[in-house]
Ligand binder design. Structure first.
Ligand code: ADP
Length: 164
């Protein structure tokens, strides 16, 4: 049987991208032929970086870290509609803990019910199990050390943004 070409989207806010997200991306890259990091606008979350800035930061990392098959773009509206427009086969999501599972389970079931699209989950390395963009923003605003949790280029952008 011929191998199927699999295109995945990895949707999220990525405000900003963390080593936890990158860990999921690096693992996902090996499973899919194409992986599109899809930066959405969350209507409920307060944003620190604009979608355009987030795409720019992720794009720099993709170039620097040489990630074959990986690309990034932003999208508006429903994830499933975006996925359909891209003719994506799967939605990729990352899991950190059992708390994530509950929410992600509901999201995945809903997306499958409304659009028939499957979600694939990848568990992060233990060392990033507690990393979240929200926490990163908080730690950064208090001047904490984030060198193990986010790439250096992201840390520099964060510092600049918070010092404004
Ligand atoms: P969203 O607002 O859609 O949850 P996020 O940018 O917070 O967007 O997260 C995008 C995806 O990455 C989600 O599936 C989330 O569970 C996952 N994720 C976030 N942080 C980590 C991490 N440290 N390790 C693994 N997955 C993560």
């Amino acid at each position: 049987m011929a191998k199927k070409y699999v295109r995945a989207i990895f949707p999220g806010s990525f405000d900003p991208i963390t080593n936890g997200h990158l860990d999921v991306i690096n693992r996902g890259m090996k499973l899919f032929d194409e992986l599109i990091i899809a930066v959405g606008r969350s209507p409920i979350k307060n944003q620190l970086f604009t979608p355009k800035e987030r795409v720019e930061m992720i794009s720099e990392l993709i170039d620097k870290q040489k990630m074959p098959g990986v690309s990034v773009e932003s999208f508006d509206g429903l994830t499933v509609e975006y996925a359909a427009g891209k003719e994506a086969d799967v939605i990729l999501r990352g899991l950190r803990s059992l708390t994530d599972v509950q929410y992600e389970f509901q999201l995945a079931m809903t997306n499958r019910a409304v659009a028939g699209i499957e979600t694939v989950f990848i568990m992060t390395s233990e060392q990033y199990g507690f990393t979240s963009s929200t926490l990163i923003r908080e730690i950064a605003s208090l001047g904490g050390d984030l060198s193990n949790l986010i790439p250096k280029s992201i840390y520099e952008r964060l510092k600049k943004r918070l010092n404004k």
